[in-house]
Design a protein around this ligand. Sequence first.
Ligand code: 2AM
Length: 483
Amino acid sequence: MSVQAVADIGLIGLAVMGQNLVLNMDDHGFVVCAYNRTVSKVDHFLANEAKGTKIVGAHSIAEFCAKLKRPRKVMMLVKAGSAVDDFIEQVLPHLEAGDIIIDGGNSHYPDTIRRTKYLESKGFLFVGCGVSGGEEGARYGPSMMPGGSTAAWPHVKPIFQAIAAKVDGEPCCDWVGETGAGHYVKMVHNGIEYGDMQMICEAYDILKKTLGLTADEIGEIFTEWNQGELDSYLIEITRDILKFKDTDGKPLVEKIKDTAGQKGTGKWTVVSALDTGMPVTLIGEAVFARNLSAIKNERVAASKILGGPSGKFQGDKKQFIHDVSKALYASKIISYAQGFMLMREAAKENDWHLNNAGIALMWRGGCIIRSVFLGDIKTAYTKNPELTNLLFDPFFKAAIEGAADSWRRVVSQAVLLGIPTPCMSSALAFFDGYRNAVLPANLLQAQRDYFGAHTYQTLTSDEWVHTNWTGRGGNVASTTYLA
Ligand code: 2AM
């Protein structure tokens, strides 16, 4: 008996994200065929979570592929790495030219670039799609960042845009770009998430240590911040966390060990920043802040040996709380400006045609970094798609200049009191570097020329020259010593 092609899309990988995406697709009227390596999970899913839905299952890859309408759309939500390659090889014999394989997992973008090229060379289409929003997002509307074979987009667009989060009726899902662009943008999203979280932690730490506020009091402040320009999912959950009480009535947050974990996507972002030569300092500091937190035993030992300032905050409390909100806001502007600088450079190197306003819209809802702020970024890039830097947009220029005095007061106060603010202070250093036409790299070039004869250009000529700084040795410029 031949199997009827009944399903609009097939999904492999019935862990939590996969199951929720299947149910979400079903809610929106699509017929989904589900499959899983451990096949018993298919029947369990059909008999429980998927009971009473239009969802169908398959017990073999052959049956799974036979149940898909053409062009077949095979979406995988499996563990990143070799599982993705394994499944690609398993489904290929059952597909035909023009069929589409979609990887909705957390793949590293170089793998997605490789897979797109490989599958296109065989006549298939491939989509690497970043999906953010966790379980809840997958079930009721994630942010989706698809990239890969552009010809696949018209086929997956109706499904993806139907199941994605909506902001003012607009789906938080659009075509990102060629090959690995979707997973790249998802990676930068995660890097920005690291930055946002660390900045919020710094704000909490400053309020706690300068003003001696309790978790509850800081929760109140965050409630207020969440009404304005800082309105975001992360501020909202931080407010709830700070107000959450353990069974003994004490704030649970104060009992949690201060060692941060990480899965590596923030690191990937920073590695890419170093590779492309883009100064994505804030996310870099956010990753290092987690690293520093993780060496708790060493910090405990150091705390018994190394002293610091013992001063107390002397200023106006109310003003300072306002200043901290502005320092957070300004640092956030820098972080997103840096993130978009990184994506611009990666796009240039990989020949991707990224749509910045579209990216801001995809991040506006559904994902962890969703915020009102991303609506302002979308507006900036919609007004001027060629914007060199977010800081050149009139809204953000005014916003950061308006926040700068507060930001400087917070960072200098933190420095004076010995409270670490790696993200807020490095963001300020970046801002002051970026807005300065002249940096001390003239001296650096002189040093390089002094010890390595690396040559330098002058302010008035593009010619590369070498100076014999010591009067000794020859006058020969080095061309081999590149360290
Ligand atoms: P499983 O249920 O058979 O373990 C998240 O882990 C999802 O990825 C699950 O659906 C899991 O299938 C699948 N998965 C993990 N590692 C895999 C592998 N090496 N090959 C195939 N599927 C894998």
